[in-house]
Design a protein around this ligand. Structure first.
Ligand code: ZN
Length: 68
């Protein structure tokens, strides 16, 4: 893991609290290794309505629920 800044994908604000960052997935880039997508916990549900993103979020929520 790096200490690079994380930005909320739905709202575009910086995520300052690591515990508030929900990993959405990795986005590929033509010009580099791409980047990881994050969202504030409160904004995860706003990352839709893209069906792919919705599916990723649903899977994430299931994984997180199982870890508790
Ligand atoms: Zn946000």
């Amino acid at each position: 893991m790096t200490n690079s800044l994380r930005f909320c994908y739905p709202c575009g604000e910086q995520i300052t609290d690591p515990d508030d960052a929900v990993y959405l997935g990795h986005e590929m880039s033509d010009s580099g290794p791409g980047w990881d997508l994050y969202a504030h916990r409160a904004h995860v549900e706003q990352s839709g309505p893209d069906p792919v993103a919705t599916r990723i979020v649903a899977r994430l929520l299931i994984v997180q629920a199982l870890r508790r």
